[in-house]
Design a protein around this ligand. Structure first.
Ligand SMILES: NC(=O)c1ccc[n+]([C@@H]2O[C@H](COP(=O)([O-])OP(=O)(O)OC[C@H]3O[C@@H](n4cnc5c(N)ncnc54)[C@H](O)[C@@H]3O)[C@@H](O)[C@H]2O)c1
Length: 450
């Protein structure tokens, strides 16, 4: 394929994709005009979802729940400033969310709490007949992944994992190109969460970036996230990288993960940060962190592809999710944003800037909504993930990222811990679809609607 044909193929395929009918929509059912939401957990992330809700004319915020009075107060202020009516507040302790889910003026419940609360809250919401949306990672243990799937199958209530990175403009353009065969047959992908979180795992209890406290004395994620680095060694945050790659590889829809191995480096970064910023006599300098600085996981897929995921949150480094998409005919590399397509790229063995090709292959969803997304968090992706949840509730249909995705993407964490504990032995990845992956059809990125 020469360069011109390649670009023509891309453009033609792009226009065909954009006129495909909305496959998820079921026209015989009347769509809801308004979606009534409850929010559990209105810390930093919950409030960014509240922001999206306040921008949306078709969303009502009817109830919020949090155990922290300051989270509640900041959120009430945020809602008041937007000129919207005050929601009912649930703030009477860890289990008050059980009262929120019972309300009959809620269609959906968005959960943005510490990881260990995601599943108990999602199960309660689903059992109460509500659409659940749960932040990443969805689950902490394998049993929790099964509980999500079993509860969905028993109740019919949907659960969407709010993996916003699936909507990144570049990874969606790559998704379109992968589906159109521009990389040939996919063989390999590389991804990860490479984000220096040291100034978030430790702070002074008031804001991020200063201090070396965590736990009760910490602020926001330092209150709860850091303890996972004390107790666990594995890829404890896999879904930002894995979500987009799972779509490229058709996981749960014609393909599945079969096994993984994980290997970790020694743990140095967190201890060094405490000593450098709090002194060697600070009580936290005695804490033993289990989490290796860099954890590398290799997943084997049923159709023969390999996926490498890197978890790196304890080291000084620039932010990168490190995506790479490799097929039999070419490669895209996120770091440096370069691409090489054999027979198409102008110079053999030489990558070219990917920007112009990604632009030509802009996904129809981005083409249509770029303007609306422009001010939303994380470069616009927070707009899309929130709309995905709201639009599926309005259409009374399954979300574009479903409970089986939530279950298997999140299960990589406990499985990687298991592999490391067994000296990097291979560990089987359960099939949460119970065989349905063989016939399931794609659900993500099918149209320009949501
Ligand atoms: N997708 C993304 O880009 C992204 C970004 C940041 C965080 N996250 C995820 O969002 C979630 C929340 O993270 P965050 O940064 O907002 O943390 P945070 O600590 O700022 O907020 C968590 C909130 O949950 C509340 N909470 C704790 N236990 C509760 C309970 N039993 N009932 C009600 N409320 C409770 C806390 O008081 C707090 O206000 C995490 O799962 C995190 O991984 C995702």
């Amino acid at each position: 394929m020469d360069r011109r044909n390649f670009i023509q193929k891309a453009t033609l395929a792009g226009s065909l994709t954009s006129i495909l009918p909305s496959l998820n929509a079921t026209p015989q059912k009347k769509n809801l005009d308004k979606v009534r939401l409850g929010f559990i957990g209105v810390g930093l992330r919950g409030r960014s979802h509240i922001e999206q809700a306040l921008f949306s004319q078709d969303v009502e915020i009817n109830a919020i729940c949090d155990i922290d009075p300051s989270s509640i107060n900041i959120t009430l202020d945020q809602i008041k400033k937007a000129g919207k009516k005050a929601p009912v507040v649930y703030n009477k302790g860890d289990e008050d969310f059980l009262n929120l889910v019972k309300r009959d003026d809620l269609d959906g419940i968005l959960i943005a709490t510490p990881w260990q609360w995601h599943v108990p809250m999602a199960l309660a919401a689903m059992k109460a007949g509500k659409y659940a949306a749960v932040e990443v990672s969805a689950t902490v243990t394998l049993q929790e992944s099964w509980d999500l799937v079993d509860t969905f199958e028993k109740t019919g209530s949907n659960c969407m994992i709010l993996e916003n990175v699936c909507y990144r403009r570049d990874v969606m353009a790559i998704l379109k190109m992968v589906r159109e065969g521009m990389f040939g047959e996919m063989t390999y992908a590389h991804c990860g969460y490479q984000h220096d979180l040291r100034g978030i795992k430790f702070n002074d209890g008031k804001g991020n970036g200063v201090g070396v406290e965590f736990g009760e004395k910490g602020y926001s994620e330092a209150k709860w996230r850091t303890q996972h680095s004390v107790d666990r060694n594995g890829d404890i945050y896999p879904t930002h990288g894995l979500g987009p790659v799972a779509h490229w590889m058709d996981i749960n829809r014609g393909n599945c993960f079969t096994s993984l191995t994980s290997t970790s480096t020694k743990s140095r970064g967190l201890h060094k940060y405490i000593v450098d910023h709090g002194g060697k006599d600070h009580p936290n300098a005695k804490v033993n962190f289990k989490l290796g600085d860099i954890v590398t996981t290799v997943i084997q897929c049923y159709n023969g592809e390999n996926i490498v995921i890197i978890h790196d949150t304890n080291s000084p480094r620039p932010y990168s999710l490190g995506f790479r998409a490799q097929g039999t005919e070419g490669i895209w590399m996120n770091d440096g944003n370069t691409i090489y397509i054999e027979g198409v790229s102008p110079k053999a063995h030489t990558a070219e800037p990917a920007g112009p090709i990604l632009e030509k292959n802009d996904h129809p969803l981005w083409k249509k909504h770029a303007k609306s997304a422009e001010n939303a968090g994380h470069g616009g992706i927070d707009y899309f993930v929130f709309r995905g949840f709201v639009e599926s509730i309005k259409r009374k249909t399954a979300p574009p990222i479903d409970v089986y995705d939530a279950a298997v993407w999140s299960a990589i964490s406990p499985l990687s811990e298991m592999s490391i504990a067994r000296g990097s032995s291979p560990v089987e990845i359960p099939d949460f679809t119970r065989g349905k992956w063989k016939t399931n059809k794609r659900i993500f990125g099918l149209n320009e609607d949501y």
